[in-house]
Design a protein around this ligand. Sequence first.
Ligand SMILES: O=c1ccn([C@H]2C[C@H](O)[C@@H](CO)O2)c(=O)[nH]1
Ligand SMILES: [Zn+2]
Length: 140
Amino acid sequence: MDPIDDAALMRQAEAARERAHAPYSRFRVGAALLAEGGVVIPGCNVENASYGATICAERTAVVAAVAAGHRRFTAIAIAGPAGIALGPCGMCRQVLSEFSPDGSLRVLTRDAAGAPHATTIGQLLPAAFTAADLDTATPD
Ligand SMILES: O=c1ccn([C@H]2C[C@H](O)[C@@H](CO)O2)c(=O)[nH]1
Ligand SMILES: [Zn+2]
């Protein structure tokens, strides 16, 4: 499969954003998660009349990817409304960390001026809670 560059991955996030279900916040977000091997899995925020049941774009991408058999990812592009620097929320950072134990997953966003910005999940969530913490704990 042809490698996909950051700009193309962001375009896929923008396309996924069009499919967001965000009638309550009207804050539409799209994501495009790049699996090793080159498959791109889209995500979008899916809100609910019971507001707390809402799922962010980043997590819909992760759960769709895992359900489709993907476990290893190299990058995620996230597209939100123009004019703001969007970063994944804390819950999404935690979920992304689950599948990037070394923190190397690249997180691609745009700054408030629309310019590309790249960071890693390890930078966004240092010292994530991981399976290793469960393993080292003494059960009560
Ligand atoms: O990185 C983010 C931030 C927010 N949202 C969604 C959740 C909710 O539907 C709306 C407003 O918070 O935006 C995302 O999908 N991803
Ligand atoms: Zn989130």
